[in-house]
Design a protein around this ligand. Structure first.
Ligand code: COA
Length: 260
């Protein structure tokens, strides 16, 4: 895989770990980083060796402390449109990835960092993780999907509160709200994510990709998620993996899925 300046990548056991590599800026998401993330995601979509992903931040202080505020000064309305659209496109690509993506949140996940974590399918946090959408402190609102995904994860009332107060919450509070799936000790963070992805890797990959698609169908305007489920269920029935899964059960053996 190509080398990136703002991201580190490591592929092991089919799991691609993407590490945001701007530790001295608390992994703030600048334009270059969003572009490089887009390129890595193309690789995730197209490289058959990659079965799943972990997104994390370099160091033990931050997952990502937001969009890079240094790039904000002098931003025009037109440039604001481009910035937000780029971010939306890349974060949607994470959300709609047919392969599972887990955010390993290892410190501050503020602003765009919280939005990045929310775009991932699952969030596991270390004990020192902190979450928040502090944009109103800067005179803006979240621009990478935060106003929408926060509502989806924690509900309208709490989302309103977090977005308007700009409060930062700790990992335990984030778990209570449903913003994160699990809180673990910092030393166990990556291993916990890996273990979950290795478990998912034993399941039928096509079915996993359809789970992701159907869950997101729930949130898409003009789409009936129940209809999507019927369609995708029948697509799964037509796969070799379905034949293998059912035969293996009846033969009392472990299924070996080929992703076909
Ligand atoms: N954009 C650009 N640079 C950022 C950044 C961001 N979102 N967050 C942190 N940094 C930089 C700081 O400017 C500093 O750089 P410097 O050493 O060159 O001065 C470095 O990262 C370390 O941050 P610092 O603020 O000194 O660390 P801290 O431990 O005192 O505070 C935070 C940590 C997260 C509370 C604080 O950095 C912060 O509030 N960051 C901005 C959060 C935010 O508003 N995000 C939403 C953006 S839309």
């Amino acid at each position: 895989m190509k080398n990136f300046e703002t991201l580190l990548t490591e592929l092991s056991d089919g799991i691609l770990t993407i590490t945001i590599n701007r530790e001295n800026k608390l992994n703030a998401l600048n334009k270059q980083l969003i572009g490089e993330l887009n390129e890595v995601l193309d690789e995730v979509y197209n490289n058959a060796e990659i079965k799943s992903c972990i997104v994390t931040g370099k160091g033990n202080k931050a997952f990502a402390a937001g969009a890079d505020i240094a790039e904000f000064s002098g931003l025009t309305k037109e440039q604001g449109v481009v910035l937000a659209k780029n971010g939306h496109q890349v974060f949607n690509k994470i959300e709609l990835s047919p392969k599972p993506i887990i955010a390993a949140v290892n410190g501050f996940a503020l602003g765009g960092g919280c939005e990045l974590a929310m775009a991932c399918h699952i969030r596991i946090a270390s004990e020192n993780a902190k979450f928040g959408q502090p944009e109103v402190n800067l005179g803006i609102i979240p621009g990478y999907g935060g106003t929408q995904r926060l509502v989806q994860l924690v509900g309208k009332g709490k989302a309103m509160e977090l977005l308007m107060t700009a409060d930062t919450i700790d990992a335990v509070c984030a778990k209570k709200l449903g913003l994160v799936n699990e809180v673990v000790q910092t030393v166990e963070l990556l291993e916990t994510c890996r273990a979950m992805l290795l478990k998912i890797k034993t399941k039928a990959p096509y079915a996993i990709s359809k789970v992701i698609e159907c869950v997101h169908a729930h949130f898409k305007d003009g789409i009936d998620g129940f209809d999507t489920e019927i369609d995708r269920f029948s697509d799964c029935v037509a796969t070799e993996d379905f034949k293998e899964g059912t035969e293996a059960f009846l033969d009392k053996r472990k299924a070996v899925f080929q992703g076909k």
